[in-house]
Design a binder for this molecule. Structure first.
Ligand SMILES: NC(=O)c1ccc[n+]([C@@H]2O[C@H](COP(=O)([O-])OP(=O)(O)OC[C@H]3O[C@@H](n4cnc5c(N)ncnc54)[C@H](OP(=O)(O)O)[C@@H]3O)[C@@H](O)[C@H]2O)c1
Length: 293
């Protein structure tokens, strides 16, 4: 008898040029840190229980970073899940740091990126990180399409040295994706996208043609959960939560979309993973598509 895990119901995805396959339903660890992603969680036992249950339900792709807490989510992951099962893919991100007040700051200097990878390796107890996202972003005067080249060369160097197996990029524009691809193969792009915020529609289609994963962050609206009457109506008709419908919509939007919803509660984790089993019909999809039209 074969057992099918709930997280596998939406199918699997293989990152291009790699032997890494994951369920399209994944987990984002950011919500495991304290309020505003700063400091210790209110309920560390529940966070550890969320991580254990995620794996029990078939999650094999966890997104994290040393700047969640900082260091809190990586520490929780390592102390709860290490030694890791062979099929678990941990994806981290570098390029930012937190100040004492919890502020978010970017740093793309090669030395800083190298130190960040070393720190992630140590905290996650790994010899090599499967995928590291270079977190760009447009704050602090960064222009759109120039500055990714130098940090990408540093990523490439660390890949050649074996510290990083594969490279992703985050909070990037289409021109930046092209510049990055000229320097090293890119296996995933992690940008802000959800049912309401669809600036990246063309990028998703272009990446799909190349077999590259698109991993939307804030799939449920992130710090500002969104509201839409149509979403409420569809969810009520399906007797589902708006979060479950939102994730099902993302999974049906494109086969290269991998979802990493974040939660610090097992009840929400179960609800989110159940979205992998929800197939939206054409009429519901049409109404949901119209929300951002
Ligand atoms: N690359 C980047 O710059 C970047 C930026 C942001 C995030 N990320 C990654 O993307 C992942 C997902 O983003 P996110 O966690 O910020 O936002 P999100 O998944 O859009 O939303 C998380 C919020 O929704 C709540 N929630 C989750 N499931 C729910 C459910 N079933 N019912 C009701 N509420 C629910 C969570 O609260 P509870 O804890 O109470 O469930 C939390 O407040 C992160 O964990 C992180 O790994 C990357």
């Amino acid at each position: 008898m074969t057992s099918v895990s709930p997280a596998s119901a939406a199918g699997r995805f293989t990152f291009p040029g790699t032997d890494i396959s994951v369920n399209r339903m994944g987990f984002g660890a950011m919500q495991l840190a304290g309020p505003h992603v700063f400091g210790e969680p209110k309920d560390p036992d529940e966070c550890r229980a969320v991580l254990r249950e995620a794996l029990a339900l078939g999650i094999d792709h966890i997104d994290t970073s040393d700047f969640y807490g900082p260091y809190v989510t990586n520490r929780l992951i390592a102390e709860t899940l290490h030694p890791y099962p062979d099929n678990l893919t941990l994806v981290t991100k570098i390029g930012a740091w937190r100040d004492d007040e919890g502020g978010w700051n970017l740093n793309h200097e090669p030395d800083f990126l190298r130190r960040s990878v070393e720190d992630n390796l140590e905290r996650l107890k790994l010899d090599r990180i499967a995928i590291v996202n270079l977190r760009m972003g447009s704050v602090n005067g960064f222009s759109e399409d120039g500055e990714i080249a130098e940090p990408m060369k540093a990523m490439r160097q660390m890949q050649e040295e074996g510290m990083i197996a594969h490279i992703g990029i985050s909070t990037v524009t289409a021109p930046q994706v092209k510049i990055a691809q000229d320097i090293a193969p890119i296996v995933c792009v992690q940008n802000h996208y959800n049912l309401i915020h669809r600036d990246d529609d063309a990028m998703i289609d272009s990446l799909a043609e190349q077999g590259i994963a698109y991993v939307p962050y804030f799939p449920l609206g992130g710090f500002l959960p969104y509201q839409a009457d149509i979403l409420d109506q569809v969810a009520s008709e399906l007797d589902a939560s708006i979060q479950k419908v939102s994730l099902a919509w993302l999974l049906q939007r494109s086969p290269n979309i991998l979802v990493i919803p974040g939660t610090s509660s097992r009840a929400h984790l179960r609800d989110n993973i159940a979205a992998a089993e929800l197939t939206l019909g054409e009429e519901h999809l049409k109404r949901l598509d119209a929300i951002a039209a």
